[in-house]
Design a protein around this ligand. Structure first.
Ligand code: HEM
Length: 257
């Protein structure tokens, strides 16, 4: 007879697995809606007449935004749990055992987490406040009140932040999956990352890439500006994200392979 405590799912390995499952479920909720906004809703709304667009903003967008922002919060919460709960008995929590970030897995997941954290902040501090204002504006216009004249620049910044999240999501997901299924498996990487100077180059390049991408998002360049070349057309965003993922992998291989 099993007691609850001897069922694998309620032992160390099991809790880590449950956090992983919750992380992936909430991650697909968040990123699925991000792709819906970028590839479906925004281009469709641009083709709507003003009346139906306001109605959609007032009735559809609040529901989509609820799942979107709470999906992002749950993904972060489960991600922190994944770091906090040891993977197997006897392991240290990776949150308190900072040497983890000097291992091949640590160096890989740190890149993914940095990109995902910036994406999370874009959701809660840039995209959601702008969408809240757009929803209120649509409700006011439908009630016959004045439109919010200050909305366009706020919406442009939300659009560049949202596209930047789509752009970052491609290399981000590479490093989420790469960690356990590649970086941590091939022993040659363990030797490669033991050089502090190589790790420093890796971290500098990753941080610089994310900082430049985010600076462009927050400066909200107008459509057609050279700085937003990778953001103004969703195909360019996808191709750009894949190019960055491949370039970062080339750097990874060059440094640690
Ligand atoms: C918001 C901040 C995030 C944090 C702190 C975080 C943290 C983590 C951690 C610690 C892991 C475990 C790595 C390992 O296997 O050792 C992981 C894996 C993973 N994450 Fe995230 N993550 C975040 C965002 C996301 C997002 C937005 C997605 C999108 C779907 C995502 C999808 C995944 C996937 C698919 C894995 C691989 C699971 C596996 O191979 O078993 N993560 N993440």
């Amino acid at each position: 007879m099993h007691s609850l405590a001897t069922i694998g799912l309620f032992e160390d390995y099991g809790f880590n697995f449950l956090a992983r499952w919750g992380h992936i479920l909430s991650g697909i909720t968040w990123i699925g809606l991000l792709y819906y906004f970028n590839f479906v809703q925004t281009p469709a709304f641009a083709a709507f007449e003003a009346g139906p667009r306001n109605e959609a903003f007032a009735k559809l967008v609040p529901r989509a935004m609820w799942w979107f922002r709470w999906g992002a919060a749950a993904t972060l919460g489960f991600g922190i749990l994944l770091l906090a709960i040891p993977e197997s008995s006897g392991d240290d929590s990776r949150l308190t055992h900072m040497a983890f970030f000097k291992s091949a897995e640590g160096v890989s997941i740190a890149a993914g987490i940095l990109m995902a954290l910036v994406m999370f902040l874009n959701v809660w501090l840039v995209i959601w406040p702008a969408q809240k204002r757009a929803i209120a504006n649509a409700q006011n216009v439908l009630a016959g009140k004045e439109a919010d004249a200050g909305l366009p620049p706020v919406m442009r910044r939300a659009a560049t932040a949202s596209r930047t999240n789509t752009f970052l999501s491609i290399p981000m997901l590479w490093y989420m999956a790469f960690t356990a299924h590649f970086a941590g498996i091939d022993p040659k990487y363990a030797a490669g990352v033991s050089h502090g100077s190589k790790r420093a180059v890796w971290y500098i390049v990753v941080v610089a890439f994310v900082a430049i991408a985010e600076a462009i998002a927050l400066s909200a360049p107008p459509v057609g500006n050279a700085k937003s070349y990778h953001l103004d057309d969703h195909r360019r965003t996808i191709v750009g994200g894949v190019i960055v993922a491949v370039l970062l992998y080339v750097l990874w291989e060059g440094l640690f392979g």
